[in-house]
Design a protein around this ligand. Structure first.
Ligand SMILES: Cc1cc2nc3c(=O)[nH]c(=O)nc-3n(C[C@H](O)[C@H](O)[C@H](O)COP(=O)(O)O)c2cc1C
Length: 191
């Protein structure tokens, strides 16, 4: 059984919802899943990092704040440098997801940041592999497949005034689920 660790930050609960959908998808793909909050992790040598070290795949998630990953997530990124020195995560699968309030909102930058993190660690990046819904209007076609048209990772949108109960949309959560499932399937294939 493939082991997948999901490590994310969420200030207000929207990215958390996305993380839980990714986890559900990974379990549906047959993986054993650990979900970790990036800002709750202590020293990289501590036991709370063990699920990351043991995982076949790590899926990174952060809201987009001011055009990139959030501060707490970036603090976690800095801590991973201890793993970088020994290339402890080399060869693991990596993937990412983000949520922001605008349809685009610089989510691409966040996904690129997450991918760059994985690349520095020598990981193998897997995207969701979802075609966008065509034709689509992101505001009205809320359940559409990859309605926001991102390919590097799973993207979700949650309007400024929408609570985590209202957003992300079912479609965005389905995309998160699809990313988790795909990563689990790729991890199983790689043995
Ligand atoms: C400090 C801060 C900066 C933000 N910057 C952006 C941004 O650059 N682009 C965007 O579309 N939304 C931005 N937002 C909105 C959040 O991305 C959005 O509310 C998201 O759903 C929050 O996720 P969370 O509930 O997991 O924290 C920002 C929110 C905060 C609090």
């Amino acid at each position: 059984m493939a082991k997948i660790a999901i490590v994310y930050h969420s200030g207000y609960g929207h990215t958390k919802k996305q993380a839980l959908a990714v986890a559900e998808g990974a379990r549906a793909g047959g993986a054993e899943v650990d979900v970790l909050e990036a800002d709750a992790l202590g020293d990289p040598e501590g036991d709370d990092w063990a699920p990351l070290d043991a995982a076949d795949a790590i899926i990174f998630g952060s809201p987009t704040y001011m055009g990139s990953v959030s501060g707490p997530f970036e603090s976690f990124v800095d801590k991973t440098s201890k793993k970088w020195f020994t290339q402890a995560w080399h060869g693991k699968i990596g993937a990412g997801f983000t949520c922001s309030s605008s349809f685009h909102g610089s989510k691409q930058v966040t996904l690129q940041r997450l991918c760059e993190l994985a690349m520095q660690h020598g990981m193998i990046w897997v995207g969701p592999g979802l075609m966008p819904t065509e034709p689509t209007h992101p505001d009205t076609d809320k359940d559409g497949n990859n309605r926001l048209g991102f390919y590097l990772g799973a993207a979700a949108q949650a309007g400024q005034n929408a609570s985590p109960e209202e957003a992300p949309t079912n479609g965005d959560l389905a995309n998160a689920h699809a990313l988790g499932k795909r990563v689990a399937e790729v991890a199983a294939r790689m043995g």
